[in-house]
Design a protein around this ligand. Structure first.
Ligand SMILES: CC(C)(COP(=O)(O)OP(=O)(O)OC[C@H]1O[C@@H](n2cnc3c(N)ncnc32)[C@H](O)[C@@H]1OP(=O)(O)O)[C@@H](O)C(=O)NCCC(=O)NCCS
Length: 160
C-alpha cells in the first residue's frame, strides 16, 4: 500500500466530497454550535492513497481561527485522520491562524480519544446542544455511538 497524501481539494473533487459526506453522515449538511453548513461547499483537504480518496476534512477560517467542520476517515485506523488533522494545523499556521478548533459530540468517544492524543484540549461543553440542533435537523438520531444518548457538544482546540 502507498503513502497517504493530503492535498487541498478543487472544483473537480466536488462529487468525491459529496460521496464521502453522504456515506459518513447521510447528508452534506452539518449543524454545529447553532450554525448550519453545507460541508460540500466548504474548502477541504483530501487524503488519498494509491490514487483513491481515503479521507476528507472540511474547514472554515474566520477571526484568525481555523474551524474543522467535518473530518472523516474512509479507511479507519490507518493514519488518515492524523494526516488530515496535521495538514489542517499546518494550513492554519500558514495563514496565521491562532488556533484550530472543532466540535464533537458526547457519544464520539473515538474522536475524543483521537483529538486529545493529538494535543487538543476540551475547552467548552454545551449541554443539550444536540437537542437544539435536532430542532433544526430532526433526522439527528436520539442515540449515538455505543448506544449513548446524543445530547451535548464539546469544543476542542489546538493552539497553533
Ligand atoms: C475520528 C477519526 C477521524 C479518526 O481517523 P482515523 O483515520 O481512524 O485516525 P488515525 O488512523 O490517524 O488514528 C486513529 C488510531 O489508529 C491508530 N493507527 C494509525 N495508523 C495505524 C496503522 N497503520 N496501523 C494500526 N493502527 C494505526 C493510531 O494509533 C490511532 O490511535 P489513537 O487515536 O489512540 O492515537 C475517524 O475515527 C472517523 O472518521 N470517525 C467517524 C467520523 C467522525 O466521528 N469524525 C469526527 C467528527 S468530530
Amino acid at each position: 500500500m502507498g503513502d497517504i497524501r493530503v492535498r487541498e481539494a478543487g472544483a473537480a473533487d466536488h462529487d468525491a466530497i459529496v460521496q464521502v459526506l453522504m456515506a459518513s453522515w447521510g447528508s452534506t449538511t452539518v449543524v454545529v454550535h447553532g450554525s448550519v453548513y453545507d460541508a460540500a461547499q466548504l474548502p477541504a483537504l483530501l487524503a488519498e492513497r494509491d490514487g483513491r480518496v481515503v479521507g476528507l476534512l472540511t474547514y472554515t477560517i474566520a477571526d484568525h481561527d481555523l474551524e474543522v467542520v467535518s473530518l472523516d476517515a474512509v479507511v479507519p485506523r490507518a493514519g488518515v485522520g492524523g494526516a488530515l488533522l496535521s495538514a489542517a494545523a499546518d494550513l492554519g499556521r500558514r495563514v496565521n491562524a491562532r488556533r484550530l478548533w472543532l466540535i464533537t459530540t458526547n457519544d464520539n468517544l473515538d474522536a475524543l480519544r483521537f483529538y486529545q492524543r493529538r494535543g487538543m484540549r476540551i475547552v467548552a461543553v454545551a449541554p443539550g446542544a444536540m437537542d437544539a440542533a435536532r430542532k433544526i435537523t430532526p433526522s439527528i438520531p436520539l442515540v449515538g455511538r455505543f448506544g449513548i444518548a446524543l445530547r451535548d457538544e464539546l469544543t476542542l482546540e489546538l493552539q497553533l
